[in-house]
Design a protein around this ligand. Structure first.
Ligand SMILES: [Zn+2]
Length: 417
């Protein structure tokens, strides 16, 4: 199973927007760019909401059938570990092996020695086509890289083999992710990580390194977009070289765990893809759930009431909701509007604060981030929330599709303006 050149991760907390999401991918095709959808949902999301991977599978299959989609599509076991992969095996055909936790854990000294021996031919000056500067490779550097990443890659091997034992080889797409770690991985580190992955016989098709800068959930990139672009282009060059040298799958590509809405790096990504001809996987976080609230608020009446209620409760449980996402959000509590004030907002005030339109003076990224992690509140509302989502389906679907197509797909794949 080989994933296509361009793929787009669509996260969907409540598994209700499959059709609206696929509609955006169809619009992309009509506009001339071939993208395939990947429904991604992590163990963390499933456990907070109380859904199972099979729910995501059903949603995807249903959307595909209803909209007559005949191209590829995938269900991603997002950020899984050895301890929780089991529940995803049946329903998923894309597995994101998350080994960030294993970074810098000690590997067996003899396996590190072996790795260094295997890389002997790279000692000295390493040049990679497409990268201006060369890299100086020493035994010390290889030792440092081995100490940092070998245990993580070995762990990826264990998870990969667990999946193949149950599912068989070639029946799924493998991604390896290291993005939820403290430090970014440099292009030269990526080169040797790919070498290790090849030695573990993992047919990795997408790889998610941690890039420079901050990728907070649901809001824009924080960092220097030029530094990002250089790193992104270098990583593309590294992948191209590694595919040839290490015999990795020819369609291996970068996966950007964007956390959604990284508008300021969409143009650099667009340019880099255009110039290199490389493919990419863009993984968004669950901002589709925010479009559900926007739709509810826009609908007014009962919808707006529920949207307000969710905010009030999220505000009251701010600390608890933010805890699992501590490393990927930056909320200043002083900038959160008082729920009493929000209670008095009309449709437009609410949607202006929430919708990610930096040009709108009403936009409030603290409000947006809190609601982004506040989906547990809606999950606790149970039927009442889902009924409202069904009742206002039309206005919600319009927002979901428009967000994915206009604000993301268009800027990354079609025209960055
Ligand atoms: Zn990630």
């Amino acid at each position: 199973m080989n994933i296509e050149k361009y793929s787009f991760g669509v996260g969907d907390r409540f598994c209700r927007q499959g059709k609206a999401q696929l509609q955006a991918i169809i619009q992309a095709r009509q506009a001339g760019v071939e993208i395939v959808p990947v429904w991604n949902k992590s163990f963390r999301e499933h456990s907070i909401i109380g859904t199972n991977p099979v729910d995501t599978r059903r949603e995807a299959d249903h959307a595909v059938k209803q909209l007559n989609w005949h191209e590829g599509y995938y269900v991603d076991a997002d950020h899984i570990h050895l301890k929780n992969v089991e529940g995803f095996i049946e329903a998923s055909n894309f597995f994101t092996l998350d080994v960030a936790e294993e970074i810098a854990k000690p590997a067996e000294p003899q396996t590190i020695q072996q790795f260094i021996a295997d890389c002997k031919s790279y000692l000295g000056e390493l040049r990679i086509a497409g990268i201006e500067e060369s890299f100086s490779i020493s035994t010390e550097l290889l030792t440092a890289i081995g100490n940092k990443f070998l245990s993580a890659v070995q762990q990826a091997g264990k998870i990969y083999r667990r999946i193949t034992q149950r599912k068989g080889e070639d029946r799924f797409v493998t991604e390896v992710s290291m993005d939820e770690s403290d430090l970014p991985q440099t292009p030269v580190e990526l080169f040797f990580i790919l070498k290790m992955l090849a030695q573990q016989n993992i047919p990795v098709q997408t790889i998610a390194p941690k890039f420079t800068g901050r990728f907070n959930k649901g809001v824009d990139y924080v960092g220097d977009a030029r530094t990002f672009e250089k790193e992104f282009r270098d990583d593309i060059a590294v992948i191209r070289c590694a595919v040839k040298k290490f015999g990795l799958p020819a369609n291996l590509k970068l996966s950007v765990h964007s956390g959604s809405d990284k508008f300021s790096i969409y143009a650099p990504i667009h340019r880099s893809l255009k110039d290199s001809g490389a493919g990419v996987h863009i993984k968004t976080a669950g901002t589709t759930w925010l479009e559900e609230i926007i739709g509810l608020a826009e609908a007014g009446g009962q919808g707006l009431d529920i949207a307000k209620e969710i905010y009030t409760q999220a505000y009251d449980h701010c600390e608890q909701l933010c805890a699992p996402y501590a490393t990927v959000i930056d909320i200043d509590p002083a900038r959160l509007p008082d729920p009493v004030q929000v209670e008095g907002w009309d449709e437009q005030q609410y949607t202006s604060a929430l919708r990610h339109d930096p040009g709108n003076p009403g936009y409030n990224r603290h409000f947006r981030q809190l609601l982004h992690v506040g989906y547990k509140i809606a999950a606790q509302m149970g039927r009442r929330y889902l009924d409202a989502v069904e009742k206002y389906e039309t206005v919600i679907a319009r927002n979901v599709t428009e967000n994915l197509f206009e604000r993301h797909i268009k800027r990354i794949f079609l025209s960055p303006q």
